[in-house]
Design a protein around this ligand. Structure first.
Ligand code: FAD
Length: 510
């Protein structure tokens, strides 16, 4: 059913405002997939810097790249990239206690019960290894090993230089017909009758007219909030961190194939290794730590010369009430920000873009599309939020006011249910549309110190000897695979060099 909100005409002109990761990912994908039927214009201001962080990804990025035909070797080389097998959570469960949330699957599930049930029984019987030791990605990460292998391949993501990634995507988008306009948007002009965005005016006086506007202007939400007043759901009662300090350092050692997340007194520190430098930052809660204290804490805990001055970034965790409002879709930080803890922002950018492509309103914007888009985004984001809150809430840390607050704060009912279910029964169920699978939930719950009290009775179908042998076989397979892998840095050298030789060959062959 059409409503008064509908835009009658077909969507032919798409205007993207903002040239950070979100803007260029949007322009690259739309120009590549729909470039023959729509015009894509991206406006960015050289005077307004991008956020300059957002350098850890999750494996889903690869599927977007495959979809639009980005060559992986060219990409890794262009973005100073390294490979990521997971995140090492250090001192999260308690000071000095670490675990890795890896991208792999752990052990072997059976149809009725996940591997954690077998592991719990094995631990009770005779002592098994730590849960994560039955996962190839995790053991490879611990041993600094990595390779892309077609058979029994590791599940991986990337660490990237955000600025280089935007530049890489810009070239890609422009080569597919997207037009870049440099300039500062100073006014958003609404159609008086419909309230839709008609155009944006630039400082230069130029006016850019569009049918569909994509707001990638970052936290300021120039279109979605400042012009359309969409509203924001604040989640700081569940995710209290509201500030970050970011600084880059030179690389002193070979890059490791995982992100480090080190819990500190009032937040946590990230360490993202690129080929030639390291991205560092401290996410913290301003209620418990001042900016100056945070800068001091970060600078005391980094290695190598700093390459820039520490930058303070302020944010409010939460989500825009509608990601799609009238003829404007907010993608990236303009749509909200959960937390960088599990590197989910770039993934959500990708999900918004692919969702828009699937629901592209080529014949005009209808309210039903808008509602469906917003419903799907909200449900995906709520589940990610719960997963992130889990890390803060389930902890034994009581050593600071921040951690005491996190461990006792009220959490969403949906998360409380998952925690109770796992604690009592060992069971985890993935919501069909959610990002993180059962194994991610299990890794983090066990990693944070939540061990199930019970296991599924199907495990008792194995004798003690059979269970021991089952666990040993998995362990041997994991060790066998990891032993064959080269070191992470050796692999990168080879991978990027062979890219160079491919390019030389291309040149030589004209
Ligand atoms: P921005 O990078 O802020 O870009 C905004 C763009 O809008 C700029 O080009 C600017 O010039 C333009 N603009 C603004 N106003 C105007 C105007 N008036 N006229 C014209 N142009 C304008 N995500 C991950 O996936 N992994 C991570 O590890 C991760 N770590 C993070 C750590 C921190 C501390 C923070 C805050 C975020 C992190 N994120 C991470 C999120 C990630 O940084 C963002 O999702 C991503 O960079 C996209 O940002 P953006 O493009 O939406 O905004």
């Amino acid at each position: 059913m059409n409503t008064q909100c509908d835009l009658a005409g077909p969507v032919k002109k798409i205007v993207v405002v903002g040239g950070g990761t979100a803007g260029w990912m949007s322009a690259a994908t739309i120009s590549k997939t729909l470039g023959k039927s729509v015009d894509v214009t991206l406006i960015e201001s050289d005077a307004i810097p991008t956020i300059g962080v957002g350098e850890a990804t999750i494996p889903t990025l690869m599927s977007l790249h495959q979809l639009i035909g980005i060559n992986e070797q060219e990409f890794v080389k262009a973005v100073n990239g390294t490979f990521k097998l997971g995140i090492s959570f250090e001192s999260w469960r308690d000071v000095g206690e670490d675990y890795i949330h890896s991208f792999g699957s752990t052990g072997k599930d059976c149809w009725a019960a996940g591997f954690q049930h077998f592991w719990v029984k094995a631990m009770q019987d005779s002592g098994a290894k730590e849960y994560g030791q039955y996962c190839s990605e995790l053991v490879a990460a611990q041993q600094n090993k990595f390779a892309i292998t077609p058979k029994h391949g590791l599940n991986y993501a990337y660490h990237i230089d955000a600025g280089l990634y935007a530049a890489f995507l810009r070239e890609f988008a422009e080569s597919n017909g997207a037009t870049r306009v440099e300039g500062k948007v100073v006014n958003v002009n609404l159609d008086q009758r419909s309230g839709f965005i008609h155009s944006v005016s630039l400082e230069s006086g130029k006016e850019v007219v569009g049918d569909l506007f994509i707001d990638c202007s970052g936290f300021r939400g120039l279109l979605i909030e400042q012009a359309l007043h969409t509203g924001y759901d604040d989640w700081s009662h569940w995710l209290p961190c509201d500030s970050a300090i970011a600084v880059q350092t030179e690389a002193l050692e070979e890059p490791i194939p995982y992100t480090r997340s080190i819990a500190r007194e009032s937040g946590w520190q990230w360490r993202i290794p690129l080929q030639t430098r390291v991205g560092n930052g401290l996410v913290f809660c301003g209620r418990y730590m001042s900016d100056d204290e945070a800068i001091g804490t970060l600078l005391d805990n980094i290695e190598g010369e700093t390459l820039n001055d520490p930058r303070v970034i302020k944010f409010t965790t939460g989500t825009r009430r509608k990601h799609w409002n009238k003829n404007c879709i907010a993608i990236g930080l303009s749509s909200g920000f959960i937390e960088p803890l599990e590197s989910t922002s770039i993934h959500l950018i990708q999900r918004s873009i692919t969702r828009l492509m699937q629901m592209f309103p080529h014949n005009g914007i209808v309210e039903a599309d808008i509602n469906e888009f917003n419903h799907q985004m909200a449900s995906e984001i709520d589940n990610i939020r719960d997963f992130i809150v889990l890390h803060y809430h389930v902890t034994n840390r009581q050593d600071s006011a921040f951690w005491r607050h996190c461990s006792t704060m009220r959490i969403p009912d949906s998360l409380q249910h998952r925690i109770d279910l796992f604690r009592e029964t060992g069971r985890v169920f993935k919501v069909p549309t959610e990002l993180f699978g059962e194994n991610s939930w299990v890794q983090v719950m066990i990693g944070q110190g939540l061990v199930p009290r019970d296991f599924h009775p199907i495990v008792n179908m194995m004798s003690k000897t059979e269970l021991t042998s089952f666990m040993q076989t998995i362990d041997q397979n994991v060790q066998g695979l990891v032993t064959q892998l080269p070191s992470h840095s050796e692999f990168i050298r080879h991978y990027c060099q062979s890219q160079q030789s491919m390019e030389m060959e291309k040149l030589a062959n004209g």
